[in-house]
Ligand binder design. Structure first.
Ligand code: NAD
Length: 386
């Protein structure tokens, strides 16, 4: 009998209009000074006002910190944590895509710890997180990362990415309101949507998958694959945005508990070295990694093909797993993401360094159903090249 550990964010509100739950939740914490962590685009388009105005009207003192950037570099994390330490906040609200949410949860926890953020990094850090930190409410504005329900904060380093991770980084409250995603541009909708799909696919084939994460992952794959093309074509489609919002949330719950694997391990160096967004890095590699590991998980890939809308009735598991890879490739193509590394202007000479950095992601690679060694990683990058 295998024992599985399942950890969920204590409280989530999902669905159209769920942002209205923010004020009653904030009131429970009686905060004197609230920090909102967001990004400059969301401030400019007025989306942050939708979050802050009801709080300010109700007499709360609110600081909006929007001097952030996508795929946040470590230095940004250091700066924001120092800022929070220099003031007295007692509640942190993250509003944005994964980049802003990751910074918000990092700040809420490390604002009450000594030392630099760098010392808490997973691969190279030496310090342990020991205190829960400030309460945090996370409000995603993309349907992608699932950061609102994970205990992970991802930071960009010089040539790869690393994470700060601890259950104290979990949100106290997640508010997943699809209405906040209506303004996401098509390119970001595509990249974040395939990111969410990748979370669900990798959680499903992970060696740590269990019946609970399988149920979450398959439902996520169904919802995302049936709505992503529409959400990219017509961002104002309420039904597609709602499906994507739930799909991304379920995929987040699935991968947080089962883990991601080869696609993410190989995507981190791409993002780190070539500043390709996390979603696009995952998207370009997804069909190639799945094609490479197919023989190790044919039955699971048959299930994924079915959840993607494929008809499995007359196919062997082997044939269905092959069709699964093709279907993933079509989805990436249909939403307009380049399908090769060459399509991102990556030179072939970069494959060696990408491989060397990919090999370092041992914790993530350990969840692949097919062990991926240096020669395998190099072969996958090579197949994805052109
Ligand atoms: P993002 O947060 O970087 O946002 C991408 C762009 O979309 C930004 O320019 C942002 O301003 C814009 N945007 C966001 N919401 C918008 C809206 N509603 N309307 C208009 N524009 C909007 O993108 P992301 O993919 O959500 O997050 C990526 C980051 O999350 C990466 O650093 C990645 O490594 C990390 N990540 C974290 C986890 C986790 O569990 N913590 C999981 C996967 C990825």
């Amino acid at each position: 009998m295998t024992v599985s550990k399942l950890v969920f964010t204590p409280l989530s509100y999902t669905g159209w209009g769920s942002l209205q739950q923010l004020l009653p939740e904030v009131k429970k914490y009686h905060p004197a000074h609230i920090l909102i962590v967001t990004d400059p685009v969301l401030k400019d388009i007025g989306l942050v006002d939708k979050v802050s105005s009801p709080l300010i009207k109700n007499g709360y003192e609110v600081d909006v910190y929007a001097d952030t950037a996508p795929e946040p570099p470590l230095a940004l994390g250091e700066k924001l944590v120092s800022y929070a330490k220099s003031r007295k906040f007692d509640l942190v609200i993250g509003v944005g895509g994964g980049s802003a949410l990751d910074l918000a949860k990092l700040t809420a926890v490390l604002a009450v710890h000594d030392g630099a953020v760098e010392e808490y990094l997973n691969l190279t850090g030496t310090k342990q997180i020991s205190k829960k930190g400030l309460p945090k409410i996370l409000i995603p504005t993309t349907s992608g990362t699932g950061s609102e329900v994970t205990n992970i904060s991802v930071l960009s380093l010089e040539s790869t990415k690393d994470v700060v991770t601890h259950d104290y980084l979990l949100a106290d409250v997640a508010i997943v309101d699809p209405e906040l995603t209506l303004s996401v541009p098509p390119k970001v909708t595509a990249a974040t949507g395939v990111d969410a799909l990748t979370h669900a696919v990798e959680a499903y084939i992970s060696v740590n998958a269990n019946p609970a994460t399988d149920a979450l992952a398959l439902k996520a794959i169904r919802m995302i694959s049936s709505s992503l093309r529409t959400a990219v074509e017509n961002g104002k489609d309420k039904e597609a945005r709602t499906q994507m919002s739930y799909g991304s949330y379920l995929a987040g719950l699935a991968f947080f508990n089962a883990g991601v694997a080869g696609v993410h391990a190989l995507a981190y160096p791409l993002g780190g070295q070539f500043h390709i967004s996390h979603g696009e890095s995952n998207a370009v590699l997804l069909p190639y990694v799945m094609g490479y590991i197919r023989s190790s998980c044919v039955a699971k890939m048959r299930d994924i093909f079915e959840a993607l809308g494929g008809n499995v009735s007359s196919l062997s598991e082997e044939e269905a797993s092959y069709q699964c890879v093709k279907q993933l490739q079509s989805l990436v193509e249909d939403v307009g993401i380049p399908q090769t590394l060459r399509g991102f202007n990556i030179p072939e000479s970069a494959l060696q360094k990408l491989t060397a950095d990919g090999v370092q992601q041992k914790r993530i690679l350990a969840r692949s159903p097919l062990p991926l060694h240096e020669k395998d990683i190099r072969a996958i990058y090579q197949s994805a090249y052109d």
